[in-house]
Design a protein around this ligand. Sequence first.
Ligand code: F0G
Length: 483
Amino acid sequence: MSTVKFYCPDQQVPLEMHKVRVVQKLFLPPVEERMRKMNEAGNNTFLLQNKDVFMDMLTDSGVNAMSDNQMAAMMQADDSYAGSETCNRLLKSIEDVFGMKYFLPAHQGRACENILAETFVKPGDVVPMNFHFTTTKAHITRMGGSVEELVIPEGLEPKNDHPFKGNFDIPRLEALIEKVGANHIPFVRIEAGTNLIGGQPLSLDNMLKVAAICKKHGIMSVLDASLLQDNLYFIKTREAACKYMSIREITRKLSDQMDLIYFSSRKLGFSRGGGIISNNESLILKMKALIPLFEGFLTYGGMEVRSMEAIAVGLQETMDEEIISQGPIFIEQLVKELDAYGVPMITPAGGLGAHINASEFLPGMPHDQYPAGALAAALYIAGGIRGMERGTISEQRNVDGTERYAELELLRLACPRRVFTLSQIKYCADRVKWLYDNRHLIGGLQWEEEPEVLRFFFGRLKPIGDWQEKLVAKFRSDFGDSL
Ligand code: F0G
């Protein structure tokens, strides 16, 4: 792909390679109301009502813009419980993209994780991975297993030029296998587009090395391909050896070496749903019976057939570099603008969204006042922008009940693909910059209601002191009657 170059170099911005044909009206409540809404929502952005949100940057999950071809395909969905033509079309698309014959449908990514953990994880088992994802870890620990994170040290440095900060630390993987023994490792999980460290990619070379180690030790390799789309783009643009390979070739080179791949189609394929795929029939047979038990019959697995048609087309569109570039180039623009304003960002820009380093944004705020959560609440108040806490609140407590402090306290500003315009991205950068200049006003949070499992989804917190009132007063004095 060649980037469209602008005649005036200082005007070079990401260019949308699509046009908007359906829109949704947005509302921005006044700042006083935003503070009230944030507190009604327990200072948890998951609990806000979307009608009160101007820019929904919570997630890229299930909220990416769909294409005209996807919508057209949805009209031909074959809505039958068993043996639907829709399922056959999806199978064909999966085989075409990944070269894998077997497919177990599931209602979304975590459902695949449930099936994998139920089938393969026993008490005392260890599952190595470059980095955990919240739901993945919850399913593995629920079965009595544990997670070992083996990302390279650069991955945990907020600023480091490494192009593939999600890479596995290969010597540590080998040492771990040596230490715990291959028979206690049900699988190695490779998470493309490493979510919790800022959507950071792995190189093709690194993933193939991990697969080779797995083969050598007879351990199953599992690719979480939920965020593969952005990762493919980064391989193409950052990995010299892949510069002349097509996205299809890169995908096949990777999938040919994986025993199992699972994905959330809320991300991969611009749709909803998910699935587990493989070329190894015996692995599939071990899991097969759980699909009708937990998900739905084998031809839909809890998915709505129209979503399945959209995945079939979305996977093909994922092979188009011009389409998959749109997420990363808009994220890069946001990161670039904020970085230039001096806001501490995770760099290089990754996929999924822009990530603010809340520890540095709010220096001195202890982990147990939840800097990333406090920043998320403050940004909603400042701009009606809904980000997601990806820090200590998103962690599980240790078994002894003590807090497990996150390695990185991040506020994630997801950029659902093809959803925001450039001026909205600029608005977001502007409000974050204002907040950064007023960061001394931001205080911490404390729990009001803390659920035991996946507490970040519906836990409630309250501000420590009256910092939010002060923030609102400063907003009014700086912005006058602006929303
Ligand atoms: N794996 C990764 C890497 C993910 O990012 C997610 C979801 C899942 C698995 C689970 O998939 O949501 O379909 O059940 N990430 C969403 C997010 C929730 O906002 O980052 P799911």
